[in-house]
Design a protein around this ligand. Structure first.
Ligand code: NAP
Length: 352
């Protein structure tokens, strides 16, 4: 069984806490070091973190002294997960990669770098090969892999079976995003209780751009982005976990019926099933026949929060098909997705 010592950068935040919860009892990864800002460094984790998870803080991390996020302080780790604030993640992640410590990040800073994979293991597992194009270190020991924005994850996963079968031509979507997506303390209660906020600043450009990289074609070490116009309206709604998307797509090849498209989703097979990764769900894209589903409160935690749920595929009066999709934003859309990325990178021999 593989066994690696891991560090978590940004360990005190909403995503960092999710890493700690999900890494507890992980069969391959053991938490070795925790890092956060200078506000937290030097304190035992139990004092530094305002624990917001619904399970007890694991005893194994309570007395770990939080460090500054420097490669020197993280000596002894095999790689790090990053859940740092984007305002600082760029420089710090670069320092780690240059010091030969691989970084598996949730932050946006390196997502657009042409040599950095924007990885959703079930959608573009072959993009791991981009790592060979990175030159953070002479010997290739330091590299960076990112996961997409928490809307781009369920969007690309739910589109994948339709893209494979019919080719996606255009996308219009509205996201209904849970408050946990804004970190802690996040959105003021007076803004969100009994309300919907029809703008999440900075979110829509990421939803427009990131799927094009995820669906890009890698040839001779160069990634060519897909050309799919996407129009997103990102809204914040008063749910706690689980971003729900209403998606309408135009297709290059038309299915004979919505039922045929539903069969394409149900029959789709994950390209990483063969690796039997510990965090991979049995049904990464799960189709709900019950038209009332998926619902964030009922289904965000299905299969430990790692599943993308799809429902209500029907013909569109405007484009070709319309449907809803949903995934847990801090698990599948952040920490859990990054852990699955790490597992794939172990299986492919990048982490050794
Ligand atoms: N929430 C989501 O659903 C979600 C989904 C996908 C991606 N992300 C991304 O994940 C990252 C973290 O999001 P979050 O929601 O967990 O935010 P958060 O709750 O505000 O946590 C931010 C973390 O960054 C640390 N930090 C701040 N300044 C630092 C510095 N100078 N050096 C080192 N660490 C520093 C904080 O440490 P202190 O406690 O010491 O301040 C804290 O651990 C962001 O880049 C976000 O865009 C979030």
């Amino acid at each position: 069984m593989p066994n690696f010592n891991v560090g978590v950068l940004g360990a005190t935040g909403a995503v960092g806490q999710k890493f700690i919860r999900l890494l507890q009892d992980h069969p391959w990864f053991t938490i070795h070091s925790l890092g956060a800002s200078s506000r937290s460094a030097g304190k035992p984790y139990v004092e530094a973190a305002n624990w917001i998870e619904s399970t007890e803080m694991p005893e194994s991390v309570q007395q770990i002294v939080v460090k500054d996020c420097t490669p020197k302080a993280f000596a002894g780790v095999d790689f790090v997960f990053s859940g740092m604030d984007a305002s600082v993640a760029g420089d710090i992640e670069l320092d780690f990669a240059k010091a030969g410590i691989p970084v598996i990040s949730n932050a946006r800073n390196f997502r657009t770098d042409p040599t950095v994979p924007l990885l959703v293991p079930e959608v573009n597992p072959g993009h791991t090969e981009l790592i060979h194009q990175q030159s953070f270190t002479d010997d290739g020991s330091g590299w960076i892999v990112t996961n997409p924005n928490c809307v781009a994850v369920p969007l690309t996963m739910s589109l994948k079976p339709l893209h494979d079968q019919y080719g996606i031509k255009s996308v219009i979507l509205t996201s209904m995003q849970a408050v946990s997506g804004a970190g802690y303390p996040g959105v003021p209660s007076l803004d969100i209780l009994g309300n919907v906020v029809p703008l999440i600043s900075g979110e829509e450009p990421k939803i427009h751009a990131e799927p094009l990289k995820v669906f890009g074609t890698l040839k001779d070490g160069k990634l060519t982005h897909a050309e799919i116009p996407i129009q997103a309206t990102a809204t914040r709604v008063p749910t706690i976990n689980g971003h729900l998307l209403s998606v309408t797509v135009g297709l290059h090849n038309k299915p004979s019926s919505a039922e045929e498209a539903i069969r394409a989703v149900k029959n789709w097979e994950s390209p990483i099933a063969k690796y039997d990764l510990p965090t991979a769900p049995d049904f990464p894209i799960f189709y709900h026949d019950d038209e009332r589903y998926p619902q964030p409160r009922l289904h965000a935690d299905s299969e430990r929060g790692m599943r993308t749920a799809v429902g209500r595929i029907r013909s569109s009066n405007v484009l070709d098909l319309t449907f809803v999709a949903m995934a847990h934003n801090t698990v599948r859309g952040a920490a859990g997705g990054a852990i699955l990325n790490a597992e794939l990178l172990v299986a492919k021999g990048f982490i050794k």
